[in-house]
Design a protein around this ligand. Structure first.
Ligand code: NCD
Length: 472
């Protein structure tokens, strides 16, 4: 199986088998890191880091050097023509003509997707704002597999800033796909974003049970339990676990505690952040019986959330996770450059795309992504990016931005078919009316406000305007 010329923008760009192939090649390379220098000779990797980074950038660059390739790099936006007002698309076209592969980290959600859309070479997302960080997930999965042999049936607690922490978004999707159970323990106010919850509950086969506000789920020294995600391969179905059962589940502990830093840089752009409850993982916590067998993971950098006193504890995995970034990225680069083929486990057919195929809404009817940090909202990029959305649900009408995946819920719809040039027949309807089901996707017109609909010559429909979709 070849992964040559593929992009890795979200973890869902790779099937489970493709992820396993990367992990197994990384494992092979980890044993002979100094013997791989013939693989990518003559190739160039562009390393574009427009946000601070130590591990990710240096491990990518070390990986390409270990493979015998060369690296060209940018570490600050102010040193590039982006500072002169150049668009990401133009930069991508040009850099793609200098290098054989591009690695990009950027503060805007969806920026890596734009680079992939415009560069002719493989593109790897090394973190795009608060959206995703798929290569960190590869390092995390590799560590879990090394320490626990399997991912299926593991119980992982995601801990801390689940709202802005991009590593936890990619990791949650991957854990769900590989059949692990997830305990979400966010700092109050920093819960998993709605669009991540929707993906977990509608695109993967597990179930999510929320425990919001449930006082008995708050235990001293821990973040409160917000939700539990259980995959069908897990030992239980949620329906069988009432709150008391969950409490007992909690007492049994988890296989891994995945701790994250408060993403201050992104919170400042949003709201709050000053008086957050943020307990520290320290010796005292790890002495609890339920954590006896729990490994502690963290993508790093740490600030105050992990006490230095636990570094020597054999359960602490964070430096190993970072160290494993080099063979993981060596394997990934070698595969995307076609210098290696991916090994498919015996008897398994390679499955390519795991992304669900939704209808994409592309009409220019004034819809905008509401996420101000989305690449589609930036002044330099609106010159060429037309907002596009996947229609992920019709009840209620829910559109997902193709760049940052945030969702919008527009309120009015119309059909391009019915008016057939006769102005009198141009009607718009409420998005929750039964008309939504009757309009063919290719004819669907969506508006965010009545003003916009009327400005385009549509009149409110008398019938079926506010009526709810009829239940069948
Ligand atoms: C993470 C990131 O950049 O998202 N760091 C990393 O790449 N290892 C986590 C973080 O910055 O908190």
């Amino acid at each position: 199986m070849s992964l040559a010329n593929r992009d890795l923008i979200t973890i869902d760009d790779f099937s489970n088998q493709e992820i396993e192939a990367v992990l197994s090649l990384a494992d092979e390379m980890a044993g002979s890191i100094r013997k791989q220098s013939g693989l990518c000779q003559g190739m160039v990797m562009a390393s574009l880091f427009f946000e601070p980074s130590t591990r990710t950038r240096l491990s990518f660059e070390a990986a390409m050097n270990r493979l015998g390739g060369r690296v060209i790099s940018v570490v600050e936006m102010s040193n590039t023509s982006l500072a002169k007002g150049e668009s990401i698309a133009d930069m991508a076209r040009v850099v793609g003509s200098y290098a054989d592969i591009i690695v990009i980290r950027h503060p805007w959600e969806g920026a890596a997707q734009v680079v992939a859309d415009y560069a002719e070479v493989p593109v790897i997302n090394a973190g795009d704002g608060g959206h995703e960080h798929p290569t960190q997930t590869l390092c995390d999965l590799y560590t879990l597999k090394k320490e626990r042999q399997t991912l299926e049936g593991l119980k992982i607690a995601l801990w801390g800033d689940l709202k802005y922490g991009r590593t936890v978004h990619s990791l949650a999707y991957a854990l769900a796909r590989f059949g692990a159970d997830i305990h979400f323990r966010p700092s109050p106010g920093l819960e998993l974003p709605e669009h991540v919850v929707r993906k977990l509950t509608t695109e993967y086969s597990g179930m999510l049970e929320r425990y919001n506000g449930s006082e008995d789920m708050k235990i001293e020294g821990l973040f409160p339990l917000d939700a539990v995600y259980i995959t069908p391969s897990g030992p239980h179905q949620l329906a069988n676990i009432p709150a008391v059962g969950i409490q007992i589940e909690m007492e049994k502990g988890v296989d891994a505690l995945y701790v994250t830093r408060l993403q201050k840089e992104r919170i400042e752009a949003g709201a709050g952040g000053d008086e957050l409850y943020y307990p520290v993982v320290d010796k005292k916590l790890l002495r609890e019986k339920r954590f006896e067998e729990t490994i502690v993971m963290h993508p790093l950098p740490r600030v105050d959330e992990l006490a230095y006193e636990i570094d020597a504890d054999p359960r602490s995995m964070y430096f190993k996770q970072a160290q494993r970034g080099v063979p993981i990225r060596m394997a990934l680069i070698a595969l995307l450059l076609g210098a290696k083929q991916a090994a498919v486990p015996e008897g398994k057919r390679p499955s390519r795309v795991i992304k669900k195929a939704y209808t994409v809404y592309k009409r220019s009817t004034g819809l905008l992504c509401l996420n101000k940090n989305c690449v589609s909202r930036q002044e330099t990029e609106t010159r060429y990016i037309k907002p596009r959305f996947q229609i992920v649900s019709k009840n209620p009408l829910t559109l997902r931005c193709v760049y940052c995946e945030h969702e919008i819920h527009p309120r009015y719809i119309a059909s391009s078919k019915w008016h057939q040039g006769i102005v009198e027949r141009k009607r718009y309807y409420s998005a929750d009316s039964s008309m939504l089901r009757r309009i063919q996707p290719e004819n669907l017109i969506i508006f965010d406000s009545e003003d916009i609909a009327q400005a385009r010559g549509f009149k409110p429909a008398k019938k079926a305007f506010r009526g709810k979709a009829k239940k069948r």
